[in-house]
Design a protein around this ligand. Structure first.
Ligand code: PEP
Length: 248
């Protein structure tokens, strides 16, 4: 089953209006692989500006979080309708920084995923184990628990991309080896096949995130179950273009 190569760029809480626009302008003028789906995720204040100047047809925009309810007295939260209103099609949900620092639970992440999908946003759903959990051989147990919370709430996975992002690899320069990523992705796809059926699991993209850069991206090229990347730090740099083009 051919799955479209997907590269997400998570800018996190970085940048200015000017630097965000400059990244988009560089992507617009770069020779980007036309068969890659690229989704960039600037901070909320810059979503509209980024979207308004994108000219490349395979680039869209994601928010980094969305609320699990329509509107109301939830200071600091941003709704799915507001995100769509400024032209974003995607949202990143369950990033480890929100799970660990903001203490979002599996259940809240599942609720946010359901609400976003039901209301027309596509979801990059992040899962992954901490260093301690990896040391305790709990990688699959943790990822399956995180996925199960969402499986219990949604039935249509068409608009979901799963990002496997081991927490110990995020921002550390220590990427998982392509072989380890492939093995975990294959195990996750097997688990998803058991829970959701083979055809859903075969068409669902499972991307890897954690210290991917312009130099190591090509080493994942022949890994059948690694369908792309979620990129943090390197998405702010020119090498993001090399990552998008790493399958060519
Ligand atoms: C991320 O934050 O999703 C991420 C993968 O970060 P980095 O690429 O910087 O490790």
């Amino acid at each position: 089953m051919a799955r479209t190569f997907f590269v997400g760029g998570n800018f996190k809480m970085n940048g200015t209006l000017e630097s965000t626009k400059s990244i988009v302008e560089k992507l617009n003028s770069a020779p980007l692989a036309s068969d890659a789906e690229v989704v960039i995720s600037p901070s909320f204040p810059y979503l509209a500006a980024a979207k308004s100047i994108i000219t490349a047809k395979n680039i869209s925009v994601a928010a980094q979080n969305s609320a699990d309810r329509p509107n109301g007295a939830f200071t600091g939260e941003v709704s799915v309708a507001q995100i769509k209103d400024v032209g974003a099609d995607w949202v990143i949900i369950g990033h480890s920084e929100r799970r660990t620092i903001i203490k979002e639970s599996d259940e809240l992440i599942a609720d946010k995923t359901k609400y976003a999908l039901d209301n027309g946003l596509k979801v990059i759903l992040c899962i992954g184990e901490t260093f301690e959990e990896k040391q305790a051989n709990k990688t699959l147990e943790v990822c399956e628990r995180q996925l199960s919370a969402v499986i219990s709430k949604i039935s249509d996975w068409t608009n979901v991309v799963v990002a496997y992002e081991p927490v110990w690899a995020i921002g550390t320069g220590l990427a998982a080896t392509p072989e380890d990523a492939q093995n975990i992705h294959a195990d996750l796809r097997k688990f998803l096949s058991e829970k959701l059926g083979k055809s859903v699991a075969d068409s669902l993209r499972i991307i890897y995130g954690g210290s991917v850069n312009g130099a190591n991206a090509t080493s994942f090229k022949d890994k059948a179950d690694v369908d792309g990347f979620l990129v943090g730090g390197a998405s702010l740099k020119p090498e993001f273009i090399d990552i998008v083009n790493s399958r060519q």
